[in-house]
Design a binder for this molecule. Structure first.
Ligand SMILES: [Zn+2]
Length: 338
């Protein structure tokens, strides 16, 4: 699996105490290096203003630039929401969006999967509002870049603990969005009432309890949800908003899901991409704040693609889906059919 990485990703919030820390990519990159998983690496360019403005308003981009330019102290919140920025943040955020674009471009050219080990994350960033540690919506920017180059539909698959309010807002016109997330939890959006089917576009939220959902139930939901969404959308590309804060003991999230879940989750994405889009699957790092769990999870995604016959998954029958989620999946299936 190709990796997209740049040392610059450690420069945002360096030396500033924050859960969304440089360690999240630097310690993962070091772990992948030590374990022999870091030899196929692409160094990205920065996203251009034009590419960013496919997802964000020019006013928002100008605001981010002027607020970071005007920084007097070491760091401050963006005026639009709970995203801390420092002097390097604009540069790093543009390179993160560029990393997402580089991953999509490379995968589109050779149908090999990519994992972009990027930060700051993106799925909370709306067209005119950065929030939730996010500055630019990397997934939406990359999906729009793919559409500009190739046309076609993109399915964004978001398994982060949190709802990607930004990506949902930016979906439509060929971008579909499917998400599991804790609910009610930050950012407060993502109820099943927000689900819609407009033409060939789909928004499918399956809210989960905020804690103790468990590994088997989590995987059982995705084993129904992803094939259902892919059959409805028939995407040309799958972009996974890969947040690993669903893992048990994550200090920010925690759905009580085992580290090992990343293997069947990645195999499911791989199978779905093989069925619908010649294997074109791109993973973009979103959340995940337990560094050891992040290292293990990213390594498992890479191994699922590179050594699928060697990775072990349970042969057990899929667990039953809890009633609340089963009912929502029925409604998603009905909407997807209609
Ligand atoms: Zn998250």
């Amino acid at each position: 699996m190709r990796l997209v990485y740049d040392e610059i990703y450690g420069d945002h919030l360096r030396g500033i105490p924050h859960a969304e820390s440089p360690d999240r990519v630097e310690m993962v990159a070091a772990f992948l290096q030590e374990s022999g998983r870091f030899d196929d690496v692409v160094k990205p360019r920065s996203a251009t203003d034009e590419e960013i403005e496919r997802a964000h308003t020019p006013e928002y981009l100008a605001r981010v630039k002027s607020e970071i330019d005007a920084l007097r102290g070491v760091a401050a919140y963006l005026s639009t929401g709970d995203t801390v920025v420092d002097r390097r943040s604009l540069h790093v955020a543009k390179r993160a969006a560029g990393g997402a674009i580089a991953a999509v471009e490379a995968t589109a050219s050779d149908n090999r999967p990519s994992f972009a080990l990027i930060r700051p994350p993106g799925h909370h960033a709306e067209s005119r509002r950065g929030m939730g540690f996010c500055v630019f919506n990397n997934a939406a920017i990359a999906a729009r870049a793919f559409q500009a180059a190739q046309g076609g539909r993109v399915l964004i698959v978001d398994f982060d603990y949190h709802h990607g309010n930004g990506t949902q807002e930016l979906s439509g016109r060929g971008i579909s969005y499917v998400s599991t997330h804790a609910y009610p939890a930050y950012p407060g959006t993502g109820s099943a009432d927000e689900n819609e089917r407009t033409g060939e576009d789909l928004i499918a939220n399956v809210p989960l309890p905020t804690h103790d959902f468990g590994t088997e139930a989590f995987l059982a939901v995705w084993k129904q949800l992803l094939p259902l969404a892919a059959a409805a959308v028939r995407p040309s590309l799958i972009v996974a908003s890969a947040g690993f804060d669903y893992v048990a003991k994550d200090p920010v999230g925690d759905l009580g899901v085992a580290w090992s879940a990343a293997t069947p989750l990645a195999l499911l994405v791989a199978d779905t991409a093989a069925e619908y889009c010649d294997g074109r699957a791109v993973f973009l790092l979103e959340g995940g704040y337990n560094i050891a769990a992040l290292q293990e999870s990213v390594a498992r995604v890479i191994d699922a693609f590179d050594r699928p016959s060697e990775v072990t998954t349970s042969n057990a029958e899929p667990a039953a889906i809890p009633q609340a989620q089963a009912r929502i999946l029925e409604r998603v299936a009905a909407a997807a059919d209609g």
